[in-house]
Write a protein that binds this ligand. Structure first.
Ligand code: BEZ
Length: 211
């Protein structure tokens, strides 16, 4: 069975473009995004890795470490990074795991043989500071991911972790948030000094607490 939300993200030691990484130790107190791509020297992956490099500061701002993975060799990663830097006008600035023996891919169930035989699909795991899995996403090889959406989810998850609010459909940074059901009205009065609107007893909206 694959990994589920709330599970501890499996620890591993792996060779990466930035040296050997012990995953949990490398994460330290940060949040993490572990994402796989099918193969080096492929077009959609080239655009994805370039995009992540360009928005790395957005992950840094949120105390999130990013790490990529495919089942290619370190040599291939290093050669391909030159192409990514050249064609995407960037400089890859995060580690990429060279998972040639598929240890990490199997640990995280990133190979879906009925979709893409022997290669990793486009998996994303967002991992909280407590090392548990907060989000999983799986995209097919043919669709490049929407990384602003991944940042948006991180913002939502961190609001929940820090302020006990959830975020409604299509929420964007700065929009009103939902007070989680576990917070009573009495607690909400204290916790949300900007106030809240109870549209229904179970649907209470409050201005985004960290704005
Ligand atoms: C790509 O990155 O373009 C790609 C990789 C594997 C299969 C199909 C597309």
């Amino acid at each position: 069975m694959g990994l589920r939300l709330g599970d501890v993200a499996p620890d591993f030691t792996a060779e990466t473009t930035e040296g050997t990484i012990e995953f949990h130790k490398w994460l330290g107190d940060s949040w993490g995004v572990l994402f796989s791509h099918p193969a080096d020297y492929t077009p959609v992956c080239t655009t994805e890795l370039g995009t992540v490099a360009k928005i790395k500061s957005e992950f840094d701002k949120r105390n999130v470490k990013v790490i990529g993975l495919s089942v290619d060799s370190l040599d291939d990663h290093q050669g391909w990074i030159k192409d990514i830097n050249e064609t995407q006008n960037t400089s890859v600035n995060f580690p990429m795991i060279a998972d040639k023996d598929k240890t990490v891919a199997n640990l995280y169930d990133m190979i879906h043989p009925n979709s893409l035989n022997n290669l990793t699909v486009r998996s994303v795991f967002i991992i909280g500071a407590d090392k548990t899995i907060k989000l999983t996403l799986t995209y097919p090889a043919s669709t490049g991911r929407n990384f602003p959406e991944i940042l948006r989810v991180i913002d939502s998850l961190q609001l929940t972790a820090n302020h006990q609010v959830a975020t409604p459909a299509n929420w964007q940074d700065g929009d009103d948030c939902v007070i989680v059901p576990a917070v009573s009205n009495e607690e909400a009065d204290k916790k949300f000094p900007k106030g809240y609107k109870a549209i229904k007893p179970y649907l209470r909206m409050t201005p985004q607490p960290n704005k």
